[in-house]
Design a protein around this ligand. Sequence first.
Ligand code: 5GP
Length: 195
Amino acid sequence: MSDKKGVLVVFSAPSGCGKDTILRELFKKDTENEFVLSRSMTTRQPRNEERDGVDYYFVTREKFEELIAEDGFIEFAEYNGNYYGTPKKPVEEWLSGGKTVILEIEVQGASKVRAARPDAAGIFILPPSLEELERRLRNRKTDSPETIAKRIALAPGEIAQSKYFDYCVVNDDIGTATDEVYTILKNIKEDKSNV
Ligand code: 5GP
């Protein structure tokens, strides 16, 4: 176990900005296992290949509300009709172990984390344009046309929140965006460790 406290990082983007791909590539670069991705709990239905305990903890609204009552979340939000939340206990353990803990969450959750944890850093991923975002969401073919339309409608409001984040990265090219995020994370860790 490290004697240095870890760093909490909020990682947000409108749906379809390539957040998941960036994270996947980022973890391939993390050969020293410095980064951990917090696994969220949600009440939405699993998509095609998603698995419980891997992509999310998929639970009922009753179970989610029980954990809210027990103060078991760092933050939670209702997004597009479903609950999403970050379980508190594992995050605290990773931070004590000196890890850089990444929370992949939408903007409402990000603002709650900022309020509760001013020491957290924020990274926001931007699409090259709204037209490109719409094209990517349609090509993904994982959501119904209604869900895609809702996600597109939410995007401008989400992008407006990017000003509250410490770092913004435009995802025009996955490799370049991943490199930028990796550099930011390495520096965050060093900056905070030297305080
Ligand atoms: P999706 O349904 O596409 O997996 O996620 C929808 C949105 O919920 C995404 O913006 C995702 O980052 C966000 N999200 C995932 N987990 C959490 C969480 O624990 N808390 C909050 N507030 N948002 C989350």
